[in-house]
Design a binder for this molecule. Structure first.
Ligand SMILES: [Zn+2]
Length: 263
């Protein structure tokens, strides 16, 4: 998370926002029973720090443990080793983290950090895209998506629909709670993303019923069912198209161009 705080707004500094994330984590119930060596908040904060520091791997992050910055900057008492971090965090449901995204967003909104990101007529650009974050030939769980290769081999993987408020002139982005793409979402990439997008926009509207958005997506999203979903939730959009995937549309535009009907 890279957010530059305007002068005199301490709660919008990296420090202030890290504390907010931490207190959000601290309010989550620890699912473990009995004595625990490392607090759930510390494990969650360590994972957050790993991404915040852009560590290339869990192992690379493991080396930071000794450096002591994790305590000073992220307020972590005890940093778990990589195996222990996986053990503690694997059972944590992603949806538990939703309130943390919301509280950071609210803080930015209250601190007037959101307004300058308006792109057109008070609308915010909301970039959506599917992305993979786990892939393995051997390790898998009940929620894994599966790809069967021509030779019969299986690849297990996880994907999510990522979302962030962006502005072409600003380096900072505001990430929103991503939506996991799950097994029953469908068999092809298009289907999967469409179903996840449907859930995403429903939750987005629940969290932010009045915010004006222009959704930007790649050409995978340029299909009628998805556009109908965007309409239903009062979202505007800028969607990519590909000549190969949208032959009819491109033909219409070409014809209109010839006739001088394109503005
Ligand atoms: Zn899995």
């Amino acid at each position: 998370m890279s957010i530059v705080a305007p002068q005199g707004r301490k709660h919008l500094s990296a420090d202030g926002l890290f504390r907010l994330v931490q207190s959000g984590f601290a309010s989550l119930p620890d699912y473990r029973v009995g004595e625990t060596e490392i607090a759930l908040t510390d494990a969650l904060m360590s994972a957050f720090a790993m991404f915040s520091l852009k560590a290339p791997s869990l192992l690379a992050f493991d080396k930071e443990r000794a450096a002591g910055n994790l305590h000073t900057i992220y307020g972590i008492e005890r940093v778990p080793c990589d195996t222990h971090m996986r053990e503690i965090l694997d059972p944590v449901s992603p949806k538990w983290l939703r309130p943390v995204f919301k509280s950071v967003f609210r803080q930015l909104q209250r601190g007037k950090a959101l307004e300058p990101m308006a792109f057109l007529d008070g609308h915010y650009l909301l970039a959506l895209d599917g992305t993979g974050y786990f892939s393995s030939q051997t390790m898998h769980c009940a929620s894994c998506l599966q790809k069967v290769h021509r030779n019969g081999a299986l690849t297990y993987f996880h994907q999510m629909l990522g979302a962030a408020i962006i502005h072409p002139d600003m380096r900072e982005v505001i990430p929103l709670m991503p939506e996991p793409i799950v097994k029953h979402d469908g068999t092809d990439k298009n289907d999967c993303e469409r179903h996840a997008a449907k859930r995403f926009v429903a939750k987005l509207r629940k969290d932010h019923p009045h915010l004006k958005f222009i959704v930007t997506e790649d050409s995978l999203s340029s299909n009628a069912p998805h556009i109908e979903t965007l309409h239903a939730y009062g979202l505007r959009y800028l969607l990519g198209v590909k000549e190969g995937d949208h032959a009819y549309l491109c033909k219409q535009v070409q014809a209109a161009e010839h006739a001088g009907r394109v503005t």
